[in-house]
Design a protein. Structure first.
Length: 74
């Protein structure tokens, strides 16, 4: 039996939050992050990177403040 299960019941766009290494970023961005090794990227549903933050909680707060529903991506 197949039945549909709604994944996003809020009606807001999904924001994907994933951990990234600063070393994976372009040099011009790394230069602005002295001492930072780990970051969190916030991505739009279609994959476009919207923001970088240094704290996972801040990533979720930022997504919600912009009327998006944050979900973790591993």
């Amino acid at each position: 039996m197949n039945s549909e299960f709604p994944i996003n019941t809020t009606g807001r766009p999904i924001a994907y939050v994933r951990p990234i290494k600063a070393s994976d970023l372009p040099e011009e961005i790394r230069d602005q992050l002295p001492g930072v090794t780990d970051l969190y990227a916030i991505h739009h549903e279609e994959g476009e990177r919207l923001a970088l933050v240094t704290d996972r909680t801040m990533a979720f707060v930022m997504a919600r403040q912009n009327d998006m529903e944050p979900v973790s991506v591993h």
